[in-house]
Ligand binder design. Structure first.
Ligand SMILES: *Cc1c(COP(=O)(O)O)cnc(C)c1O
Length: 388
């Protein structure tokens, strides 16, 4: 189908929640995508950090197709090997004790916040259900996760919001005020993605961890975007040397299939019991088979490569005309440009480069497998746009 016809159908039948760039993709290889317009595009977005190993990865496809040839869905009334294996891998790699699977980042965070309330209820009874999130955070689009999203722009139209959520600035003074005796958890993104790829301050995160431990307030790390090798560690909390009580992840975990995971560590292992939570599609065997393949290939060697690629890109980006600042870690990069970020993204697309934006920054999230050739081609195109 031609782009024009797809655009017509979309305009007529799809809910009007997305403003799209005028391109449709028909295929590709690694970080090079083919458009319905016959053009090639360098992909520095990975479908928002989802296609961890790019597109059309042979080994990943084999693992997914092998599972499709067995069985595509199993109700959580029964057992299925890929789900159990993936949970074992996640626990062995992180030290987590148990995993709950959903289908998205929002669901992973929803699960984490429900579990935090339950943990607190079991120990302290009612009146200690407050979730404290940080200003500038993004945690999802369900009503609870939207409430926990610390950006006013998201808090229109949909009220009343979920009670028992507070917002703190990313400093201890503000945390001490918000995380009072009614708080059961603090939720953080180690690197705030949607609001501009801003890593939290190391000292702050460490003090926050100690503060939470002392008061038995759970620390939840939202690693929906930062997880699964994106920042050069398996999970970004490792950069901070902290031990969260709950870690959530999603986007890149299954390499392009829908999945969300909520990892419970020692304290929270038994927070949720039979009947407390559930999901029809959660832990789908095809998604889990994809994730087992991805996770088994995020080796220490690959993580070092991600770090090296991130350093290479950051160094090159800093030398481009009109670049004011480069933030982020590994292959999660924010670029502050003199030109308007949305304009830059539009012009990049016209030249054949896909970049994302985050607040006022250009955001780069290339596949972990992006090649030197693809990086250089993308940098050249970005340079042309910034120079023009
Ligand atoms: C994308 C994202 C979410 C929401 O994930 P969905 O899969 O869209 O529900 C939550 N938290 C963070 C940090 C994210 O980047």
């Amino acid at each position: 189908m031609e782009l024009r016809e797809i655009e017509r159908l979309d305009g007529e039948y799809i809910a009007e929640t997305y403003s799209r760039y005028p391109v449709a993709f028909t295929g590709g290889k690694n970080a090079t995508l083919y458009g319905a317009d016959g053009k090639e595009y360098i992909d520095f977005g990975s479908g928002i950090a989802v296609n961890s190993f790019g597109v059309n990865d042979e080994e990943w496809k084999r693992a997914v197709i092998a599972q499709l040839n067995r069985i595509q869905h199993v109700s959580n009334y029964y057992y299925a090997e890929p789900q159990s294996r993936l949970a074992e891998m996640l626990c062995e790699r992180t030290g987590a004790k148990r995993v709950f699977f959903g289908n998205s980042g929002a669901e992973a965070n929803e699960c984490a916040m429900k579990a935090a309330r339950k943990y607190s209820f079991d120990r302290y009874g009612e009146g200690r259900a407050k979730i404290v999130s940080l200003k500038g955070s993004f945690h999802g689009r369900t009503l609870f996760t939207l409430t926990a999203t610390g950006q006013d722009a998201f808090h229109r139209y949909f009220g009343p919001f979920v009670p028992g959520v507070g917002y703190a600035e990313p400093n201890m003074e503000s945390i001490r005020k918000e995380a009072d005796e009614t708080a059961c958890a603090v939720i953080i993104e180690p690197i705030q993605g949607e609001s501009g790829v801003n890593p939290l301050d190391r000292q702050f995160v460490r003090e926050l961890e100690a503060f939470c431990k002392e008061r038995d307030i759970l620390l939840i790390a939202d690693e929906v975007q930062t997880g699964n090798g994106r920042t050069g560690k398996l999970y970004a909390y490792e950069h901070y040397g902290i031990a969260p009580d709950i870690v959530t992840t999603a986007k890149g975990l299954a390499g392009g299939l829908p999945i969300g995971a909520c990892l419970f560590f020692e304290k929270t292992e038994h927070a949720l019991g039979a009947g407390d939570h559930g999901s029809t599609f959660g832990g789908n065997p095809v998604s889990c088979a994809g994730a087992v393949n991805i996770l088994s290939r995020i080796t220490d060697e690959l993580l070092l490569e991600v770090q090296a690629k991130g350093e290479y890109l950051a160094a090159k980006l800093k030398s481009l005309p009109g670049v004011k600042r480069v933030t982020g870690m590994g292959l999660m990069i924010g670029v502050e440009t003199e030109k308007n970020a949305k304009e830059v993204a539009k012009k990049c697309l016209e030249k054949g480069l896909l970049v994302l934006t985050a607040h006022d920054k250009v955001r780069l999230l290339p596949p972990l497998t992006v090649t030197k050739g693809e990086m250089d081609e993308g940098l050249n195109l970005l340079s042309e746009v910034l120079k023009a």
